[in-house]
Design a protein around this ligand. Structure first.
Ligand code: NAD
Ligand code: UD1
Length: 309
């Protein structure tokens, strides 16, 4: 990667805004392209002269073309991140989640920009990895428009790699958590919902017995990996799981939160969500072959940092 400006699509959102902070702290100039559908201006240090916000849509090829101008690399995070939104409105979310990726690829080709990091998801595996650590070669089973758009985006990025020399680094994020994750929808990340409820003293809903497990990754660890991928001399083909291989049950999560907060509001049990995955845990062998993650943030520390934020 040269020293030029980095384009971060979706940079006003949860993960994007943490990445933007880290890029600015390392001296990069950054342009954010975001339609502010879930992202917020308040997430960005807009007083910093090296940061530009272009309010626009990745589904609008002209907006992406403008945003690409003068950039050295791209981190493509813009997407409707709610899986349920894609189920409710597949046509609209496809514009953001797939057409947006294609527009980014085309604009990169035209501007001679090669390096792009892409936010794919563990959703591409559907239920297939359940019960064992999920490796990248686990058969794909995209069960929702969200997952289908992520998997299709991966394939298109690989086409542009082979055909046009793009250098895509494709990451399949597992469950990312941290400050600024929006808790406002019932389908938001479980940690953001539990923390908001606990702070407001409102009852927490636990779907099922709470023994389901997830591979939670603190957002700062993800950002560290993305920075390495931007700086790497080259990127190997093939998607990379971003998980820690660490299973935390929701009951363990609640116990940790209760310890931190000195108690919890009432926990109400509801039926398991239909289609809910019981156990989701990454095999991160490939991640650790390609990137360094020496001391991943423990759940306890991640929760402490979230609660302090
Ligand atoms: P987020 O909703 O906070 O961030 C998404 C950002 O993209 C927002 O700022 C939103 O305004 C913007 N955006 C949405 N549609 C857009 C469009 N058409 N044009 C321009 N901007 C648009 O969510 P997040 O958790 O930060 O997710 C970032 C990326 O990571 C997404 O691609 C998401 O699918 C992916 N991901 C997240 C997780 C997780 O656990 N948070 C897991 C897997 C994948
Ligand atoms: C997450 C991702 C999704 C991805 C999937 C891949 C988010 C928001 N979702 O889904 O994009 O497809 O990983 O593995 O990051 N729960 C409760 N109470 C609540 C909310 C949730 O008990 O109020 C439970 C859910 O039923 C589930 C667990 O918490 O068992 C995690 O839910 P959630 O944070 O929505 O993430 P995933 O379903 O794992």
């Amino acid at each position: 990667m040269s020293d030029g400006r980095i384009l971060v699509t979706g940079g006003a959102g949860f993960i994007g805004s943490h990445l933007v902070d880290a890029l600015l702290a390392r001296g990069h100039a950054v342009r954010v392209l975001d339609n502010l559908s879930s992202g917020k201006r308040a997430n960005l240090a807009l007083g910093d002269p090296r940061l530009e916000l272009q309010v626009g849509d990745v589904a609008d090829s002209a907006a992406v073309e403008t945003a690409m101008s003068g950039c050295a690399a791209v981190v493509h995070l813009a997407a409707v991140a709610s899986v349920q939104a894609s189920v409710d409105d597949p046509v609209a979310t496809h514009q953001s989640n797939f057409v947006g990726t294609l527009n980014v690829c085309e604009a990169m080709r035209r501007h001679g920009v090669r390096r792009v990091l892409f936010a794919s998801s563990a959703a591409v595996y559907g239920q297939n990895g359940e019960g064992a650590a999920i490796g990248e070669d686990t058969p794909k089973a995209p069960l929702t428009p969200y997952a289908a758009d992520k998997l299709a985006s991966e394939h298109y990025l690989d086409f542009y790699r082979r055909q046009h020399g793009l250098e895509p680094a494709i990451f399949r994020f597992f469950n990312i958590f941290g400050p600024r994750q929006d808790p406002s929808s019932p389908y938001s990340g479980v940690i953001s919902i539990f923390v908001e409820r606990a702070r407001a003293g409102r009852p927490i809903t636990l779907f099922g017995d709470g023994e389901q497990t997830r591979d939670f990754v603190y957002v700062a660890d993800l950002v560290e990996l993305l920075l390495q991928a931007l700086a790497a001399p080259q990127v190997e083909a093939g998607a990379v799981n971003v998980g820690l291989g660490r299973a935390t049950s929701l009951n363990q999560l609640l116990a940790l939160l209760g310890e931190r907060l000195g108690g919890l509001p009432a926990v109400e049990h509801a039926a398991p969500r239909s289609g809910d995955i019981r156990h989701s845990r990454a095999d991160n062998t490939r991640l650790l072959q390609r990137y360094r993650l020496d001391t991943p943030t423990s759940m306890a520390d991640g929760l402490a940092r979230l609660l302090a934020g």
